[in-house]
Design a protein around this ligand. Structure first.
Ligand code: CP
Ligand code: NVA
Length: 318
């Protein structure tokens, strides 16, 4: 490949773990998005993963993340090996560090969707090969990379974008908060009382340069003021199924429906990381309506995984 704006990122991320959006500099983030956009526009990525294997842990269900990573690894000439809880039984059949040390003898890297952020760090510490966070209960950085590309496509810019996250202050929200700092977003986080992002994490994620701002509120209309993008996520995340009824009650007033769109600025875009629980956090009318860009957002998972894998595993520069 040859190219320009993204060349730096191919060198900067080579061989590195990708565990959090906060791991990226603004130049890394913009470089990844530039490369993803060029790949989406038709640039041939070559086969930087030829004759290499990448293990993938999916200890929680997945459609978009697994399929986009698996397709991207294959497109880059590599061999993805998907493993599920019944095979790995992480920390039960074998310790986290033993699993990582063994895998390191067989494969060139790991894409891991596991509940525990601590276990993810344990795997990363026990492996020499790069580890990519495919979602923990604390963060979903690959999702937010694709979402940043989607915002940039929809608004024509990322920096200063006014985005309102409506939902639970957990993994997807946490990664948006990190992105607010790296991409200098104007982020509003709207949650029901008791579901705000963890204060300590919030301070840590927003405390450092370069910038951006994060408003946390329980008032949906405050969050909607002047916004350009409404972003929502499920009320009941994977692993929280036993809280479903309580959450339906608590989150009910925060459903993204036509009334809420009517209270937001005209032309506001609607995003959702998916899977959508239609009729809970989002209605069919909004999800299938003209302001929703959720399927473009899902598609962008593939282009961003290609860019990320190329940067981490690819040649220095060509
Ligand atoms: N958005 C997302 O991560 O979807 P999956 O859970 O289907 O991978
Ligand atoms: N918050 C959701 C995100 C799914 C992509 C969950 O953890 O289930």
């Amino acid at each position: 490949m040859s190219g320009s704006g993204w060349r730096h990122v191919v060198a900067a991320l080579r061989g590195r773990d990708f565990l959090a959006v906060a791991d990226l500099s603004p130049a890394d983030l913009h470089g990844l998005l530039d490369l993803a956009a060029e790949l989406k526009a038709g640039r041939d990525p070559g086969v930087p993963l030829a004759r290499r294997s990448v293990a993938m842990f999916f200890l929680r269900p997945s459609n978009r993340t697994r399929v986009s990573f698996e397709a991207a690894i294959h497109r880059l000439g590599g061999h993805p090996i998907a493993l599920f809880d019944r095979e790995i039984e992480l920390g039960r059949r074998e310790s986290v560090s033993d699993v990582g040390r063994i895998l390191d003898r067989y494969v060139d890297g790991l894409v891991a969707r596991i509940p525990s952020a601590r276990d993810l760090l344990g795997l990363a510490a026990s492996m020499n090969g790069p580890v990519i966070n495919a979602m923990t209960d604390q963060g979903h950085p690959c999702q937010i990379l694709a979402d940043c590309l989607t915002v940039r496509e929809a608004l024509g810019r990322l920096e200063g974008a006014r985005l309102t996250f409506v939902g639970d202050g957990n993994n997807v929200c946490n990664s948006w908060i990190e992105a607010a700092r790296v991409a200098e977003l104007d982020l509003r986080v709207v949650t029901p009382p008791g579901y705000e992002p963890n204060r300590r994490d919030l301070d840590r994620m927003t405390g450092a340069a370069p910038g951006g701002q994060v408003l946390v509120t329980n008032d949906l209309d405050e969050g909607l003021t002047g916004t350009e993008v409404i972003y929502t996520d499920v009320w009941t995340s994977m692993g929280q199924e036993d809280q479903h009824e309580d959450r339906r009650q608590d989150f009910g007033p925060y459903q993204i429906n036509e009334d809420v769109l009517g209270r937001a600025p005209a032309g506001v875009r609607v995003m959702h990381c998916l899977p959508a629980h239609r009729g809970e956090e989002i209605t069919d009318a909004v999800m299938d309506g003209p302001q929703a860009i959720v399927f473009d957002q899902a598609e962008n998972r593939y282009w961003v995984q290609l860019a990320l894998l190329t940067s981490i595993f690819g040649p220095e520069t060509t």
